[in-house]
Design a protein around this ligand. Structure first.
Ligand code: PEP
Ligand code: MG
Length: 571
């Protein structure tokens, strides 16, 4: 059989080779049935029983998940349980059964069509994820109604690649992590449940493959390349050999590199670099410590706010943040305040309108300044956690000095509140600016005077500078970290920070690409923050870099980036 290659979204790095374990997207066949008037009550009861059984099943799943995967992933089950409380399911379906005299399965399907129609017009990834959740939950109820069981991962007996339309929280209970070599999933993006799960389990994953389940058969061979976002079905022996070799090299390399764990990240000529990690939840700390990272350089706190319909309380946030800060001592824990936009928080904010351009809308610090109570609660929790460790804080998506000063003023007011309440904290907590908007980069010298440090978020800085949506595959080829404008901006930011004696870090994905490490060192960055698994590789390059050489490389790179642009223009 010919091999076939599919492109998706690289969701969790690494290479997996194995036989396909197909979690089929069942075609649940639903027929419309007319229900006699005298049987309508019975039909409603049948629906209620299925709903209750689904709830019971989900609650049991949640317990299992808590034991197996920790709090963060168990929260996914909470999200599903919440969907089961939605009026669409609790009241609308019953009304439909009674009004239309139709069977429960058909009433659910009809309600789903309506929901999907409403979601279809939304382009946002987050909403598409939520739509997937609603579909999955509804199918669960239908399965209960039809008395059908989904083939579970528990049936896996040999090393396999899991191919599925979507992974449900309940699927993950039976996860045999030692047998799973990779995930290839139809739906989802980089922040989908499967992506997060695969990353924390360090299993390679490609998501957003659209119709991979329709193109495979159970038992076929598959390669999952989570580095490049590619899967190959029935690869030829040469491809398998090459990938196996690459995997072996990577494994060996990691083992070798891990030996550097306790050595400092220091250049040949003695500059000490702070090598930290990007994490989303406290559950990620084990990796941070394993790979020898010297702290957290980006804690994306918004993950605590996702997949739920209520806001995390100050206490919940405090406990989470304090746990991280304590475990990371004596190293830094750098909390990035809520980076969330209107597209992701409608369930908390009454009357919040869907934005047509959320990346340019009420996102991150702008959101926090508009809803100061949410911001203050988070800042109280971070400040209180600052007594437990070496805590810093920074604001995302700052676009001007005024915005930063407003954020800082709120932080100061929260400090005063805590002092009055006699709550302990570090009043001298360092406050930084994330530089991810070109306007902030251009006035970095002003921001550097008012901030304790700067941290460059290249993921957004590149997107906003080049006007290239970072998640749009149609313009992905234009997303170029090497673009002269980006190099110039990074140089401007670093020089500005150093002019005012402040340290400057980088926490976008560009920092984890080893092709850029020497260049970034040459540009003068003091801190790199990356996904923990990239730490050892980066440390090796830092330890073998001479800064004078690296500075020369910057000149060369600037010259060649200029030449490239001019040559392109001549064509
Ligand atoms: C960035 O924009 O580079 C960054 C680190 O933030 P995020 O990826 O969370 O937007
Ligand atoms: Mg960003």
């Amino acid at each position: 059989m010919d091999s076939k290659l599919f492109h998706g979204i690289a969701a969790s790095p690494g290479i997996g080779v194995g036989k396909i374990f197909l979690l089929e997207k069942e075609e649940l066949i639903i027929v419309k049935k007319e229900i006699k008037k005298e049987d309508l009550k019975k039909e409603v009861l049948r629906f209620e029983k299925a709903l209750n059984n689904t709830k019971k099943e989900m609650a049991e799943n949640k317990e299992e998940m808590l034991k197996l995967l920790g709090k963060t992933h168990a929260r996914l089950a909470d999200a599903y349980l919440l969907i089961l409380e939605d009026p669409i399911l609790t009241t609308d379906i019953e009304k439909q059964i009674l009004k239309e005299r139709i069977n429960a399965e058909f009433a659910i399907e009809r309600a789903l069509e309506k929901v999907m129609h409403a979601f279809e017009t939304m382009e946002d990834d987050y909403f598409r994820e939520r739509m997937n959740d609603i579909v999955e939950v509804s199918q669960k109820i239908i399965r209960h109604l039809l008395g059908k069981k989904r083939k579970g991962l528990a049936e896996m007996t040999e090393e396999s690649i899991v191919v599925a339309h979507n992974l449900l929280p309940s699927d993950t209970i039976a996860l045999k992590t030692d047998l799973i070599k990779g995930f290839a999933i139809d739906v989802g993006g980089k922040t989908s449940h499967t992506a997060l799960l695969a990353q924390s389990l360090e299993i390679p994953a490609v998501v957003g493959l659209k119709e991979i389940t329709s193109n495979v058969e159970a038992g076929q061979k598959m390669i999952v390349d989570g580095n490049q976002g590619i899967v190959i079905i029935e690869p030829n022996p040469i491809a398998i050999k090459n990938y196996r070799r690459e995997k072996e090299i990577q494994n060996k390399e990691i083992q070798e590199l891990i030996k550097l764990r306790d050595l400092p990240a220091q250049t040949l000529d003695g500059k000490r670099i702070e090598l930290s990690s990007n994490i989303e939840t406290a559950d990620d700390i084990k990796n941070v410590l394993y790979y020898g990272s010297e702290g957290i350089g980006l804690f994306r706190t918004e993950y605590l706010f996702l997949n739920r319909s209520d806001l995390p309380s100050e206490e919940e946030q405090y406990e989470h943040y304090a746990r991280v800060a304590k475990q990371m001592m004596p190293y830094q824990t750098l909390f990035r305040t809520l980076d969330i936009g209107g597209d992701k928080l409608t369930s908390f904010i009454d009357g919040y309108a869907q934005e047509s351009n959320p990346f340019l809308g009420l996102r991150a610090l702008r959101f926090c300044l508009k809803y100061p109570e949410i911001f203050k609660t988070q800042l109280r929790a971070i400040l209180r956690a600052s007594k437990e460790g070496n805590v810093r804080v920074m604001f995302p998506m700052v676009s001007g000095l005024d915005e930063f000063m407003k954020g800082k003023a709120i932080l100061e007011s929260v400090k005063e509140e805590l002092i009055k309440e006699k709550k302990l904290m570090n009043p001298k907590i360092e406050v930084g600016v994330m530089i991810e908007v070109p306007s902030a980069a251009i006035i970095a010298d002003l921001l550097a005077q008012k901030a304790d440090f700067l941290s460059i978020g290249t993921n957004d800085l590149i997107q906003y500078t080049l006007a290239v949506d970072r998640v749009n595959e149609n313009v992905a080829s234009l997303y170029d970290p090497r673009h002269l404008s980006i190099l110039r901006l990074i140089k401007t930011i670093v020089d500005a920070a150093h002019m005012y004696g402040k340290w400057v870090g980088i926490c976008g994905e560009m920092a984890s690409d080893i092709h850029f490490t020497k260049l970034l060192l040459g540009l003068g960055l003091d801190e790199f923050s990356v996904v923990p698994a990239f730490i050892p590789r980066l440390k090796k390059i830092i330890r073998s870099t001479d800064l004078k050489e690296a500075k020369k490389l910057v000149d060369e790179e600037m010259t060649s980036a200029t030449r490239n642009l001019l040559e392109e223009a001549l064509d």
